[in-house]
Design a protein around this ligand. Structure first.
Ligand code: FA5
Length: 350
C-alpha cells in the first residue's frame, strides 16, 4: 500500500508538469482525489489492514493527499497568472500621446426634430417653455384629473424618489404650472395661452423597437375664448406637413386621457414600412404619435382658469417617434445607444 501511495503521488506530480489548461487540472483532481479517485479507493481499502498498520498508512495517505492538494493549488495559481498575463498582452494599448481625431460632433436626431418643431410653433405665436424632469405627484397626476388610485396611473408607472417626487412620465406634468404662469395675462389682457414644452419623460416599462424607458415628448396647449377641435386639427396638420415637407396620412380616433374631453389619438401612417406593417409600428401600419384633445374643465379650473369662459386644446407629441419617422430609424433603442456611427449620419442637417 505504501508503494501504491508513493506511485499515486509521483504520477500526479508528473501529470501536473504536462498540464497547461485549468480544465485539465480539474480533471486530474477528480481522477486522483474525487469520490471515485485513486487515492479515495485506497482510503476505502484501509479496513483490510492490521490494527498496527492502519494508523501508519492512514497518516501516509493523508500526507500524500495534502501534498497533491498543495501541488494542484500551486499549479492553479500559476495557470491563472499566465492567463491574466496573456489577456493583458492582448489588450490594445491606449496611447495618450496619439493625435486626436477632431471629427466634428453632431446634433442628436431628437434635438434636430425638437428644434424644427420649436421653429414651426414659434412662427405660429407659441412660446417655448422649459420644465423640470423631477416633478410632484400633483403636477404629474392630480392636477391632470388623475387622483390617487385612478386606473390611468397604471399605464404610466415610473421611478419614484425617496422624498415622494417622481421622474415625469409625460410633459403634461407642466400644464398646471403653465396655466398659472399665463392666466393673468389671459384673463386681464386677453392674451391667449399658446405654449409648447418639450421634455424628457420616463416610464418603467419593457423596451422594444418602439418603446423606450426614457424618451421625449413635446406638449402643446392653447387656451382662449372659443377654441375648438378645428383649431386643434389645424395646428396638428400644419406642424406635420412642415416637419415632413410632404403630405402625411393621419388618422384621428377616440382616445381616453382623464385631462382632455373629448380625447383623441392622432396616428400617422408608418413611414418606415409605408403602412405595410413592421416592428417599428407593431405591425399595424400606424404609429401612435400625438394624443390630443380639448382640455378638461377640471384641469383648467385647477390652473386658475374659468372653464365656463375659456376653452383650449392640448397635445402630447411623441418627439422620439417623430425623429424615428423623419429619419427612418427602425429601432427606438438606437437613439439612446450613444453609438456615434448611427447618430452622426444626421450631422449635415444643421
Ligand atoms: C401621454 O403621455 C399624454 N400626456 C398625451 C396627451 C397630452 C394627451 C395632451 C392628451 C393631451 P401617451 O402615454 O399616449 O400619452 O404618450 C404620448 C406619446 O408619447 C405616444 O403617442 C408616443 O408617441 C410617445 N410615447 C409614449 N410612451 C413611449 C415610450 N415608452 N417610448 C417612446 N415613446 C413613447
Amino acid at each position: 500500500m505504501k508503494q501504491k501511495l508513493e506511485e499515486i503521488r509521483a504520477r500526479a506530480e508528473a501529470e501536473l508538469q504536462k498540464i497547461d489548461a485549468l480544465a485539465d487540472l480539474e480533471a486530474l483532481r477528480v481522477q486522483v482525489l474525487g469520490k471515485k479517485g485513486e487515492l479515495t479507493a485506497i482510503l476505502k481499502s484501509m479496513g483490510s489492514l492490521s490494527a498496527e498498520e492502519r494508523p501508519k498508512m492512514g497518516q501516509l495517505a493523508n500526507e500524500v493527499r495534502q501534498s497533491i492538494e498543495a501541488m494542484l493549488a500551486e499549479k492553479t495559481k500559476q495557470l491563472k497568472e499566465e492567463q491574466m498575463r496573456r489577456e493583458i498582452e492582448a489588450t490594445p494599448v491606449f496611447d495618450v500621446s496619439a493625435p486626436v481625431d477632431l471629427t466634428r460632433g453632431s446634433y442628436h436626431p431628437i434635438t434636430l426634430v425638437q428644434r424644427e418643431c420649436e421653429r414651426i410653433f414659434k412662427t405660429m405665436g407659441f412660446t417655448v417653455e422649459d420644465y423640470s424632469e423631477i416633478v410632484t405627484d400633483y403636477e404629474c397626476f392630480e392636477s391632470l384629473n388623475i387622483p390617487k388610485a385612478h386606473p390611468a396611473r397604471d399605464m404610466q408607472d415610473t421611478y419614484y424618489l425617496e422624498n415622494g417626487q417622481l421622474l415625469k412620465t409625460q410633459t403634461s406634468a407642466a400644464q398646471n404650472a403653465i396655466y398659472k404662469k399665463y392666466k393673468d395675462a389671459l384673463i386681464n389682457d386677453g392674451v391667449p395661452i399658446k405654449a409648447i414644452f418639450p421634455g424628457r419623460c420616463f416610464r418603467n416599462e419593457a423596451t422594444d423597437a418602439c418603446h423606450e424607458n426614457t424618451f421625449f415628448q413635446m406638449e402643446g396647449v392653447m387656451v382662449d375664448k372659443n377654441i375648438s377641435i378645428s383649431n386643434l386639427i389645424y395646428f396638428m396638420k400644419t406642424m406635420l406637413s412642415e416637419v415632413f415637407q410632404k403630405d402625411i396620412k393621419v388618422r384621428l380616433r377616440p382616445g381616453f386621457f382623464p385631462f382632455v374631453e373629448p380625447g383623441f389619438e392622432l396616428d400617422i401612417s408608418c413611414l418606415i414600412c409605408g403602412g405595410e406593417g413592421c416592428p417599428s409600428c407593431k405591425h399595424s401600419g400606424w404609429l401612435e404619435l400625438c394624443p390630443c384633445g380639448m382640455i378638461h374643465p377640471a384641469v383648467l379650473r385647477d390652473g386658475g382658469i374659468d372653464p365656463e369662459e375659456y376653452t383650449g386644446f392640448a397635445f402630447g407629441l411623441g418627439l422620439t417617434r417623430l425623429a424615428m419617422m423623419k429619419y427612418g430609424i427602425k429601432d427606438i433603442r438606437d437613439l439612446n445607444s450613444g453609438s456615434l456611427k448611427s447618430l452622426s449620419q444626421f450631422a449635415d442637417d444643421e
